[in-house]
Design a protein around this ligand. Structure first.
Ligand code: PSU
Ligand code: MN
Length: 309
């Protein structure tokens, strides 16, 4: 047994799909444990997996359970993680070997999920929102490891855009420096998670999963490492009002500063505060955009698998 095999456990449907060259979609688990309350988190995770299947891809929710990197969770494991909630360690690149050593349970961030997906040979990941450059990063230096991983590892990340708890302008600058393109799916404007608008443009607009797959094939065939951000706007009917959300976010940022929250606790803390302030309205939007991203991610995975065949 190789060292990698000792740590990496592929669920049977995922193993079979990868071996046959069929589409597999990775799904992130920090959104499950830290991003949504029980039992909505479990319900959403199940729906997201079903949305991937309906679009022709095998879902692989990624997490660390009992000190092993799990690629694809059985329903009981999905439930275990959902019930753990914030009791599961929020695990990024930095944390992986320590969780394996301790035999612990971890919910993987986008960064950690990208790493594990790539180890398993999965090239597309769907999530809600990615981490980015935080507001005030010029003094706090708080830049999400998600951005570094996007620069480094060959996985396309489908999201509804970065939440405007972040500095969207600095996030785009950082991605540009790192050579990570931001693709707008059927949009010229960067979506900001809860809203379809942000006031910022995307680098490239593409209108089909097939076109996105072609760009990925070309990028990787040229040896250009790293991923892309596919920014998929929240469906119009589920979108929240921009001014309201900006107001809640501004308030949450002030509260976080007063509470002196920093490091990896900051993002979950802000997300929860915004949820409280919006009176749960944001949770409904969060579920809808997650399913929308799972659908598009699966379509891209299917197109990529087809391009190989
Ligand atoms: N942004 C969201 N929802 C989330 C996250 C970010 O709108 O659930 C989670 C993701 O797992 C992301 C992580 O990878 O937070 C980023 O955390 P940090 O900013 O500490 O890198
Ligand atoms: Mn951070």
């Amino acid at each position: 047994m190789t060292n990698l095999n000792r740590h990496l456990v592929l669920a049977e449907p995922v193993r079979a799909a990868l071996e046959a060259g069929r589409a597999v979609l990775a799904l992130e688990s920090t959104i499950l444990a830290h991003g949504m309350p029980w039992p909505k988190n479990l319900e959403t995770a199940r729906w997201a997996e079903q949305a991937a299947r309906d679009a022709g891809a095998t879902p692989a929710t990624i997490a660390i359970l009992d000190g092993q990197l799990r690629v694809g969770l059985a329903d009981a494991q999905l439930e275990q993680l959902a019930r753990l909630g914030p009791g599961a360690v929020k695990c990024s690149r930095r944390d992986i070997p320590f969780l394996l050593r301790e035999g612990g349970n971890g919910a993987t961030t986008v960064a950690a999920t990208v790493i594990v997906a790539a180890l398993a040979g999965i090239r597309v990941l769907a999530t809600g929102g990615i981490g980015g450059v935080h507001r005030g990063a010029e003094t706090s230096m708080d830049v999400s490891a998600d951005l570094e991983e996007l620069a480094r590892t060959r996985v396309a990340v489908v999201c509804a855009g970065p939440k405007s708890i972040l500095d969207l302008g600095l996030t785009l600058e950082y991605l540009e420096t790192q050579g990570v393109p931001v693709i707008g799916y059927r949009t010229d404007e960067l979506p900001a998670f809860y809203t379809r608008e942000s006031g910022f443009g995307v680098d490239y607009r593409l209108d089909s999963a097939a076109e996105i797959a072609t760009v990925l094939e070309t990028k990787w065939a040229l040896g250009l490492d790293g991923g892309v951000v596919v920014a998929n706007p929240i469906p119009g009917i589920a979108a929240l009002e921009y001014e309201n959300m900006e107001h809640f976010i501004a308030r949450a940022l002030v509260d976080a500063r007063e509470a002196r929250v920093s490091g990896k606790a900051l993002t979950p803390w802000l997300l929860q505060r915004v949820e409280e302030l919006s009176g749960g309205e944001s949770l409904v939007a969060n579920v809808e955009l997650m399913l929308n991203n799972a659908r598009l991610g699966a379509e891209i995975a299917v197109a990529l698998a087809g391009a190989d065949g």
